[in-house]
Design a protein around this ligand. Structure first.
Ligand SMILES: C[S@@+](CC[C@H](N)C(=O)[O-])C[C@H]1O[C@@H](n2cnc3c(N)ncnc32)[C@H](O)[C@@H]1O
Length: 965
């Protein structure tokens, strides 16, 4: 994959799958590679639905993620984006999208959140990765992945330049250096949100084809995941580093003599060139000159993010060139190049083991074993014995003073609900001794970052309030202290552990039901309590963009003391429907929304809607219509139990085919059980006979009954009918009891009866189907009349009359309404809804309506000629211009195929919201067919991520169906 594509894709995907998800009006701003790039206009609701579906779907993670990617790919904006892409590029895009989706899977253990740690330096909140479970050393955070792209020398130089005001490329990125290739690679995706800490708790790690992260020491829920970028990333000896460790130690950006501006960046860069092997004078010179502050630019990067081991770089070369899988297989040293040699050698012991084996007996398995509250974090000794020297440097040697440290910076990860994490770390079920959670220390009352930001604003005359601009932690945190406690506990109580294999995904966390111990309310500098999040109890953060506070500084309204959640908890709840950090419901594995309501077009297309199903729907409609008569309703109330039975049982009839019935007959009459029910008018003659019967085949006695009963039954004898039905139910019950063995002659007689019964049934069924079709049609038109007074429908009708003159698109829907179609099974209703307020494609449409040109705009659709296909097989592109409800419904259920390229070319794009884009990317190349003119599925071709997509499960984007516009 090339750098341009990766940065473009990452800007696009991070906008959709990070910024737009569940944040409401609180921005979760991702720093873009190119902030001037146009971002897709897409309703956040669509994305949230996809993610919620991902959360709710059971099954192998890879399938769930693939489904989510497929769902994403059918969205119009995405298709527009991909229209000029080759298949290879689409694959890379889909793979990159899967990285982001993985973050949201309920089995995951991390999330993206805000951090204000660097706000005073960069003027805005940044992002970080937080643990949502307790993590143990050796665990591999498999869902924290990145995609890599080769950097050409020129691109590399460009990336280092800081004088490019409106350049395509900015300096915020992660770069991994390959020692062997002497080249840097751009590293984007969720992994790039991992911040640096001089005492990092994770390291970059190679697992198979991935670069991901391995936990170096116990990480508590809410704690930030950090890596080590190298010793010269933030200036010489990381003098500008703003990590928590530096804060604790009074180093880096927190050194007493530290100045933000001095020494000049160039001097750092010179010395730092040892870190960034490809640093050169070209990159340093412009840095010197850099004066105008560009907030889209990081002012902290000096080197590369990590250095790739030599032995792996060859692989990386190959794969980095491979657009399908941009990841570079490598063991990455967690620190800079200088330390790398030792680090890689030493690490080899560790990395040669699969992650699950990297655990000693005393260490619980990787992410899988994380985090159940019952687990005790392994002792550092275990970690030390596994970790190589340099890793151990960062992992286990905490040379900070033993006293509890309280961060003055309110990185959210550092402001975890300590009580929860402590509790979970400290209360293994297997232990005998259960120490109470350490009381939370009183928090800091003022944040340095808040102070600095506030000062900045004051300078600009914008300072609004004395409230700290950055929230302070709800409780202090001492990782060291915590570790110590855990270790002691482990020594005392930990039972012998058995080694277990590490499943690919972490197990679910049981959330402690005990309420966390009461904590002290943090106070501001003025001694007043600070506002805290009602879910996680952390101090509400202050989120700033471009030196402006955009959230968290609302004047505290004493009267209106309603509970307030922090943005993280709000976002979490929006996605999972659970309070942070739970991702799954306490009642069951996942929250399952009504599948029908949540169904996407992909799913609906795969659902079989055939003649039979529609006739069932028609029958249900008939039933509903009949039930609407007052007399019926009265009866319904009186005879509720009977109706209840009727409601469920007839379905069996639908499922049974003639051949099945015959088979059953052959299987032996002794298995014949209940008679076909009669007398249920609402289901029609044939249906009535079968409705009560779990088996369509009547028992011998039923057949006799059948003959005795007059056929058809007069409608006025309804009451009689009902009592007959009751009697039949009784008989059915009897029939299910074993029948006495019959003689051969008796069986022959019965067979004959059954045969004639079947024939009769068939005939009845056909008649009935005809009748019902015509009556359903009548009903449907009656329905329309009934709805006439509905304003929306009125409008729809009015518009429909003009339709031949204009091209009309279906009304954008916030989700698939197939569920309604199923539960209120009237295709007309559905179609009416969809066409209710059609978007007329005139130039006066709003920007959102000016939908991007989606591939199907250039499509003509082949008409399937298979007469045995779906009931509405002949979907035609003309439907799009003649939007009759039936056409739409037909189109909805039909399948469309890919147009020939010639046809595509002949069609002019409908809209072009971005003229430059359309200039550059002619629509004719949309969807990048392969040489054979077919469309290939995207193949992430990785083993832990998303499996290859079979051609049958192609997302609709490849098939040209149009459900979201
Ligand atoms: C790879 S990105 C990490 C994610 C980043 N926070 C974001 O929001 O995109 C690296 C950038 O994060 C910030 N950063 C991470 N760790 C830092 C540290 N220890 N000190 C100062 N800035 C840091 C710097 O702005 C740096 O350029």
């Amino acid at each position: 994959m090339n750098m341009r594509d990766l940065s473009k894709d990452d800007d696009f995907l991070s906008h959709l799958l990070v910024e737009k998800l569940g944040t409401g009006n609180v921005p979760l701003l991702v720093h873009k590679m190119d902030s001037s790039r146009r971002l897709p206009k897409l309703e956040a609701d669509h994305l949230l639905k996809i993610v919620k579906r991902l959360v709710a779907t059971k099954g192998p993670v890879s399938n769930v993620i693939r489904q989510a990617v497929d769902d994403l790919l059918v969205l119009g904006a995405i298709r527009f984006y991909l229209k000029s892409y080759t298949q290879k590029q689409i694959n890379a895009f889909a793979t990159h999208a899967s990285r982001y989706f993985e973050l949201y899977h309920p089995s995951g253990c991390i999330e993206i959140a805000h951090t204000s740690r660097y706000s005073h330096h960069t003027g805005k909140s940044e992002l970080c990765i937080l643990a949502t479970r307790n993590l143990v050393p050796g665990a591999v955070i498999t869902e924290l992945k990145g995609s890599m792209a080769n950097l050409t020398d020129e691109e590399d130089r460009e990336l280092k330049r800081t004088d490019l005001k409106n350049s395509d490329i900015r300096r915020d990125f992660s770069v991994i250096h390959s020692k062997q290739m002497k080249k840097n690679h751009l590293f984007l995706g969720p992994a790039r949100f991992v911040n640096h800490d001089c005492n990092n708790n994770c390291e970059l790690f190679r697992e198979g084809k991935y670069i991901t992260f391995r936990v170096l020491r116990p990480i508590a829920i809410g704690e930030e995941i950090t890596a080590h970028y190298g010793d010269g990333y933030f200036g010489r000896k990381n003098r500008h580093c703003l990590c928590e460790t530096c804060e604790k130690r009074g180093r880096g950006g927190y050194a007493p003599d530290h100045t933000d501006e001095d020494p000049p960046i160039s001097s750092d860069s010179e010395t730092d060139s040892s870190q960034d092997s490809d640093s050169d004078a070209e990159s340093n010179a412009p840095e010197k000159e850099q004066k105008p502050k560009n907030l889209n630019e990081r002012r902290t990067r000096r080197g590369v993010y990590a250095v790739m081991a030599e032995e792996d770089s060859e692989d990386s070369d190959n794969e980095a060139d491979d657009a399908v899988l941009p990841e570079v297989p490598t063991d990455i040293g967690a620190s800079g190049e200088i330390e790398l040699a030792a680090e890689v050698d030493a690490a080899s012991d560790l990395t040669s083991l699969p992650p699950s084996r990297a655990q000693s007996d005393s260490a619980v398995a990787g992410p899988s074993s994380l985090p159940t509250p019952g687990m005790v974090s392994p002792a550092p000794s275990a970690l030390t014995s596994l970790s190589p020297a340099p890793t151990a440097r960062s992992a286990s040697v905490d040379d900070t003073p033993k006293s509890r440290f309280r961060s003055t910076i309110s990185t959210r990860g550092q402001t975890t609900n300590d009580s929860v994490s402590t509790e979970q770390l400290m209360t293994p079920p297997l232990t005998e001794v259960s120490e109470p959670a350490a009381p939370a220390p009183k928090r800091m009352t003022r944040s340095v970052s808040a102070h600095m930001l506030a000062t900045k604003r004051a300078d600009k005359g914008k300072q609004k309030a004395s409230q700290p601009s950055t929230p302070v932690p709800a409780s202090g945190r001492s990782r060291k202290g915590k570790e110590k406690e855990v270790d002691v506990k482990k020594e005392e109580t930990e039972p012998p552990r058995t080694l277990r294999a590490r499943p690919s995904v972490p197990v679910a966390v049981e959330v402690s039901k005990e309420p966390p111990p009461k904590r002290e309310i943090p106070e501001g500098p003025d001694g007043k309590p600070l506002p805290t999040c009602s879910t996680c109890s952390n101090v509400l953060p202050v989120i700033s963009v471009d030196d402006e506070v955009v959230w968290g500084m609302e004047p505290s309204n004493k009267k209106n003391k309603k509970k307030q959640d922090c943005p993280r908890c709000m976002r979490h709840f929006a996605i999972y429907g659970q309070p942070w950090p739970c991702r799954i419901s306490a009642d069951g594995p996942y929250l399952l929304p009504t599948p029908r309501e949540e169904a996407t077009p992909v799913e609906s297309a795969s659902r079989r809607v055939n003649k039979k199903a529609l006739s069932v729907l028609d029958r249900k409609l008939a039933a509903a219509a009949a039930a609407a008569s007052p007399k019926k309703r009265q009866r319904e109330v009186e005879e509720r139990p009977a109706l209840k039975r009727r409601k469920t049982e007839p379905v069996l009839h639908v499922e049974t085919t003639k051949s099945q019935r015959v088979k059953s007959t052959k299987a032996g009459l002794h298995s014949l059980s209940a008679p076909p029910a009669k007398g249920i008018r609402t289901y029609g003659k044939g249906a009535r006979k079968r409705a009560r019967s779990p088996s369509p085949i009547p028992s011998s006695s039923d057949v006799e009954d059948e003959e005795e009963e007059p056929e058809p039954e007069p409608p006025q004898e309804e009451e009689e009918e009902e009592s007959k039905v009751e009697a039949k139910v009784q008989r059915k019950k009897k029939a299910t009891t074993p029948q006495p063995t019959l003689s051969r002659a008796q069986r022959a007689v019965q067979r004959e009866k059954v045969r004639s019964w079947l024939q009769k049934q068939e005939k009845d069924g056909e008649d009935e189907e005809k009748d019902e079709r015509s009556s359903a049609r009548k009903r449907s038109s009656a329905d329309i009349e009934d709805l006439e007074d509905h304003p929306r429908r009125k409008m729809a009708r009015a518009k429909e009359q003009q339709l031949p003159l204009q091209k009309v698109l279906p009304r954008p829907m916030s989700g698939f309404r197939g569920g309604q179609l199923f539960s209120k099974p009237n295709p007309l209703n559905y179609a009416l809804h969809a066409w209710a307020s059609p978007v007329v494609s005139t130039p006066s449409s709003s920007e959102d309506e000016l939908a991007p040109v989606t591939p199907e705009d250039e499509l003509t659709v082949d008409l399937p000629s298979d007469p045995c296909g779906p009931i509405f097989p002949s979907a035609s592109i003309i439907d799009a211009f003649k939007p009759s409800p039936f056409s739409f419904a037909r189109r909805r259920w039909g399948s469309a195929s890919i147009p020939s390229q010639d046809e595509s070319k002949n069609r002019a794009p409908r809209h072009s919201p971005d003229p430059s884009e359309s200039d550059k990317e002619p629509p004719s190349s949309s969807l990048s067919p392969d040489s054979a003119g077919e469309f290939l599925p995207w193949y992430p071709n990785d083993d832990t991520g998303v499996a290859s997509s079979p051609i049958s499960s192609l997302p609709e984007v490849y098939q040209g169906n149009v459900w979201f516009i």
